[in-house]
Write a protein that binds this ligand. Structure first.
Ligand code: 15L
Length: 267
């Protein structure tokens, strides 16, 4: 049997960097694409480096050749000007999906974000937590782009039968840094577990899932992920005494709900 090849866009970003060692497996080649420099393959590491942008159709055509799956993490990861968000996140995702379709890649995982529903009130859905497919209530142009990413994924599933998972990622960092993140933290290990579950679903489908750990202070539902075999083993609570005291925000998107629209923001 030939090796499984997985294309990861945005591989030099925060999540991509955390996933590189965690998704490595015997019999699997990780093809890493980014406009930013990537560490060359370490001895024994099954890695192929593709320098380039998600907005470049030629690069994506090469990157998708012989790929079994695409994990699309690339793009602008916070608020920015409309033109840039449109070009990189919306056009860029279209470029990725189009290249994947043309190359016959059967499975695509798209990084969405909690900011697609950032203006949903924490607690609005009761104790079960906010369902993963709650309709969009974006908090920024960035959040709008993530809603569009999900819509594109739905279209490519319905039209072409592609298996598409959209992950509404909470805060995927080594550890949570504030009270809000104690609720929506996605541990790097859980992120890898979630991606593995998406990579191994049997039936081609379209799904929107939360990318969040089973945190004690959870505010979103775990059930959709569990249905495809994602079982979180981490809980942000172990870091609670290292987080500065504070209040949980009223809206899921937290500070994104208040930052100036369309301005590059370091948050
Ligand atoms: C996101 O979507 C961002 O990409 C990330 O940088 C964090 O801001 C995260 O959401 C969050 O809400 O904590």
């Amino acid at each position: 049997m030939s090796d499984q090849r997985i294309l990861i866009t945005g591989a030099a970003g925060i999540v991509g960097t955390l996933m590189r060692p965690r998704l490595a497996r015997p019999g699997r080649i990780l093809r890493l694409l980014d406009i930013a420099p990537l560490e060359p393959a370490a001895p024994g590491e099954q890695v192929e480096i593709v320098p380039g942008s998600v907005t470049d159709a030629e690069v994506l055509t090469r990157a998708c050749a012989d790929a079994d799956a695409v994990i699309h993490l690339g793009g602008v990861s916070r608020e920015d000007g409309w033109e840039r968000i449109l070009e990189v996140n919306i056009d860029g995702t279209h470029t990725v999906l189009e290249a994947a379709r043309a190359a016959g890649v059967p499975r695509v995982i798209l990084a969405s974000s909690n900011h697609a529903v950032g203006f949903r009130r924490i607690g609005e859905a009761g104790p079960a937590g906010l369902p993963a497919d709650s309709s969009a209530r974006p908090d920024t142009y960035y959040g709008v782009s993530k809603a569009a990413v999900e819509a594109l994924g739905s279209l490519y599933h319905s039209r072409f039968g592609m298996d598409v998972s959209c992950l509404r990622i909470g805060s995927c960092f080594e550890r949570p840094v504030d009270v809000r993140q104690l609720s929506i933290w996605l541990s790097p290990q859980d992120c890898a577990r979630l991606l593995e579950a998406c990579l191994s679903t049997a039936e081609p489908g379209f799904r929107v899932l939360w990318g969040v750990s089973a945190n004690t202070r959870a505010v979103v539902s775990q059930s959709e992920g569990e249905r495809i075999g994602y079982h979180s083993r981490d809980d942000a609570e172990i870091f609670a005494d290292q987080v500065p005291p504070g209040e949980l925000p009223g809206y899921l998107g937290g500070a994104f709900c208040d930052i100036p629209l369309g301005q590059h923001n370091p948050l």
